[in-house]
Design a protein around this ligand. Structure first.
Ligand code: SF4
Length: 417
């Protein structure tokens, strides 16, 4: 994919798990073939930035040797399965690995090459960790309902999910296969996402086709029709030291991005204090698996000295920003310091869990959806939107930075005493 700082090369690690050897290799490759930046994506994958057409073939060869890429597009796994990275760590998450094996088999089957590159199936253990991922298919297992899986698909509009019902966990591969066939029948010749098929076919027709395979089909998707759907997701613990089935140290990468040296430090940390396994999350955090209680303080000090966050912050306002200037040639301005300074203006007037997105240009690489506050750099000033995405925000009138600050403070600043 092309961006203002060159090509972006996305990798698909095996279910979001990377070894320290792979991370060291990526750190070296990012430095030699790109601009040294490695980002954690919103889907818990890694991407290298600043690759040039001249360096791409050597990079691809190196990634293939390390098992991080396939030699051809046809051989690449075409659809991704995003499995909750807390499976096997947090006892609140049911074990997901065997379920994931069955789903992956379906996704690698004959029908998969027609799926869009963006197609994603989320397999959740009931936490809030994968909630922000815009999934084509969402499958949720919960400890409270052993043997059952909840099934939902992307609705016809963004941010809207269509609940299909529950099925036996053992039937999931069959149900997923049937669902994908329904999708494929609707839009021949396209690289598919579920949303397109729901639009083309209609919700009720899709429900009716799948109902015979479900234990408890949801009629119209109302929450009360499926046991468990009223259950709020449990809060995932991704930051700091945690113990459960195993123990882990979670590190937050500022803006989900790090340079080669940062990633080498992550590998060193995992080797010195953990088991050598690193899990990637869609929440801009990496989990260093196997850090024992005896090493928690030393591991945390090592991470903090290198600028990683290890303290849980209250989830009030999430700051999102692309690389911006000077890293990206398309950028009309700096993004990350600006996001932090605007975030400091925002006070008690914003609800917890809000997002502030600063984009260096109209492309909006860092975040595709609406944010509570969106700021876009443009050649003639700043564009500001509340509850809008980058495209909608770009259509507003240009403002000075002082006006932006004043409007943000007026809308979301602390109320007067
Ligand atoms: S959104 Fe940001 S990273 Fe993407 S092209 Fe624009 S300035 Fe570059």
């Amino acid at each position: 994919m092309e961006s203002g700082d060159g090509l972006i090369v996305r990798l698909r690690t095996t279910r979001g798990v990377a070894s320290t050897a792979q991370i060291r290799l990526l750190a070296g490759a990012a430095h030699r073939f790109g601009n040294g930046i490695i980002e954690l994506t919103r889907r818990g994958n890694l991407q290298l930035r600043g690759i040039t057409p001249g360096t791409l073939p050597d990079l691809q060869a190196e990634l293939c040797r390390a098992g991080l890429a396939e030699a051809s597009r046809e051989a690449e796994r075409p659809a991704s399965l995003l499995v909750c990275p807390l499976s096997g760590l947090d006892p609140r998450c049911p074990p997901l690995e065997r379920v994931a094996d069955g789903l992956e088999e379906v996704l690698s089957s004959l029908i998969a090459p027609r799926l869009s590159d963006k197609f994603v199936v989320c397999l959740s253990g009931g936490s809030d960790l994968l909630e922000r991922v815009s999934a084509d298919v969402r499958i949720t297992l919960r400890h409270e309902h052993p043997g059952l899986a909840e099934l939902a698909v992307a609705g016809d509009r963004r941010e809207r999910e269509l609940r299909l019902g529950q099925c036996r966990v053992g039937s999931l591969p069959l149900v997923l296969h049937a669902l994908l066939q329904q999708v494929l029948e609707q839009t021949p010749g396209q690289r598919l996402r579920v949303r397109d098929a729901v639009r083309a076919r209609g919700e009720s027709s899709l429900r009716a086709a799948l109902a015979p395979l479900l234990e408890m089909p949801a009629r119209g998707g109302r929450a009360e029709e499926m046991a468990g759907t009223g259950t709020p997701p449990w809060r995932a613990r991704c930051v700091g030291f945690n113990s459960g089935v195993s123990s882990w140290l979670g590190l937050v990468l500022p803006f989900g991005s790090g340079l080669s040296d940062d990633w080498s430090a992550i590998a060193e940390l995992a080797e010195r204090f953990g088991s050598g396994e690193v899990r990637l999350t869609p929440a801009r955090a990496v989990l260093i698996v196997g850090v024992g209680a005896a090493d928690r303080e030393r591991g945390a000090a090592f991470a903090e000295a290198r600028g990683f966050g290890v303290r849980q912050q209250p989830p009030r306002l999430e700051l999102i920003a692309c690389s911006g200037a000077p890293a990206c040639r398309s950028a009309q301005g700096e993004t990350r310091r600006l996001a932090s300074s605007l975030g400091a203006i925002v006070g008690a007037g914003i609800r917890s869990g809000s997002t502030l997105h600063v984009s260096g240009c109209e492309k909006g690489c860092a975040w595709g959806g609406p944010a509570d506050i969106t700021l876009v750099h443009a050649a003639d000033g700043y564009r500001l939107g509340f509850g809008t995405d980058v495209a909608q925000t770009s259509e507003t009138a240009p403002l000075s930075l002082d006006s932006v600050r004043a409007r943000v403070a007026r809308s979301f600043g602390a109320p007067p005493p």
